[in-house]
Design a protein around this ligand. Structure first.
Ligand code: NAD
Length: 333
């Protein structure tokens, strides 16, 4: 029976992994702390580890895992920017991910942030609870007829574009690998990155974090953005230079910012720190803006997405046990 050490386990991870087909054939060890070079020894005796977005799967961590006899790192997420794939290949450690799970979950969360921010639902909710029924300062704008700019028209970006087309928005997009057939079907116009920044009333980021996309939103690109535009990021925090974002917010240049991810979220998001002093000054500053709405990396958190994630992850773990090929499209190393 393959023994699996699951790092950074939350109750919903355990529930969905244990419900997935094939899970009873695995020997589970659920750990509540993240995978780092320091915690890798806790995988002692396991043949596989299951890791998540903020685990630190660098060379030192992988060397320890390989030394312990671990053969597979099964990521229960799509993004893999936190894994040193070169080191994994050298160490002959297989790495898999969940390449596809409900993209609707993530896309719908991006739109939820946009609607809430634009119509100031987060502020209205708090006001009404305090019996403050004033509408002062809650003016939004019709999305209908405005322009949305989508960076990355992969699985998630496309659905966001399609939803926003449904609202009657004009949609422009940038992707180095455009899909012209899809764009003409849904009335989306591809253009260059600078034009997407300059034309859009709503900007939404749906690109993976790579050296090329790191700080896609920075001083130079923020200078191109229309005053009052709303920026949404449900992809990866480091797509935005947080210092530059805070400066743009202080200047009043942006109408709103909706974030489900944050550059320095590791060790903060997914945790209950409500009884502690927040040590991250930039996050503390972001939380003071009335037009910034932050959720803690929850865009994937739907029943459908958790079911898909658990199903693929367990299938890959079972494939290790049986010597069968891993799920198609999930192999990274
Ligand atoms: P995908 O691979 O289907 O699409 C990514 C698209 O980005 C591709 O079309 C690619 O060509 C394009 N791209 C690459 N570099 C670009 C650039 N410089 N500019 C513009 N486009 C570029 O990925 P996906 O499934 O749509 O997911 C997108 C990202 O969303 C993931 O990489 C992940 O980081 C993030 N994500 C977040 C959550 C969450 O819970 N918040 C959940 C899932 C995924």
């Amino acid at each position: 029976m393959v023994r699996v050490a699951v790092y950074d386990t939350k109750p919903y991870d355990r529930q969905y992994l244990l419900q997935a087909p094939g899970s009873t054939a695995l020997n589970w060890r659920f750990l509540e702390f993240r995978l780092t070079p320091q915690t890798a020894p806790a995988a002692q005796g396991a043949q596989a580890v299951c890791a998540f977005v903020n685990d630190q799967v660098d060379r030192a961590c992988l060397e320890t895992l390989a030394r312990l006899g671990v053969r597979l790192v099964a990521l229960r997420c799509t993004g893999f920017n936190n894994v040193d794939l070169g080191a994994a290949r050298e160490l002959k450690l297989a790495v898999t991910r969940v390449a596809v799970y409900s993209p609707h979950a993530v896309a719908e969360h991006a739109v939820a942030l946009l609607l809430a921010l634009n119509r100031k639902i987060h502020r209205a909710y708090n006001r009404v609870r305090e019996l403050n029924f004033s509408l002062q300062g809650l003016v939004g704008f019709d999305l209908h007829g405005r322009t949305a700019g989508i960076f990355g028209t992969g699985k998630i970006g496309r659905i966001v574009a399609q939803i926003l087309r449904g609202f009657g928005m004009r949609v422009v997009a940038y992707d180095p690998q455009p899909d012209l057939g899809w764009a003409s079907q849904y009335g989306v116009q591809y253009t260059d990155a600078a034009s997407v920044f300059g034309l859009s009333d709503v900007l939404s980021l749906h690109v993976p974090l790579t050296p090329q996309t790191r700080h896609l939103v920075r001083h130079e690109t923020l200078a191109l953005v229309k005053p009052g535009a709303i920026l949404i990021n449900v992809s990866r925090g480091a797509l935005i230079d947080t210092t530059a974002l805070i400066e743009a917010l202080k200047r009043g240049q942006l109408g709103g910012v909706g974030l489900d991810v944050y550059e320095e979220e590791e060790g903060i998001f997914f945790e209950d720190l409500s009884g502690q002093v927040l040590q991250d000054d930039e996050l503390a500053r972001l939380l003071t803006f009335p037009n910034v709405l932050i959720t803690a990396h929850q865009a994937f958190l739907t029943h459908e997405a958790l079911t898909d994630i658990a199903r693929t992850t367990v299938a890959n773990l079972c494939a290790l046990a049986s010597g069968q090929p891993f799920v198609e499209g999930s192999v990274l190393a």
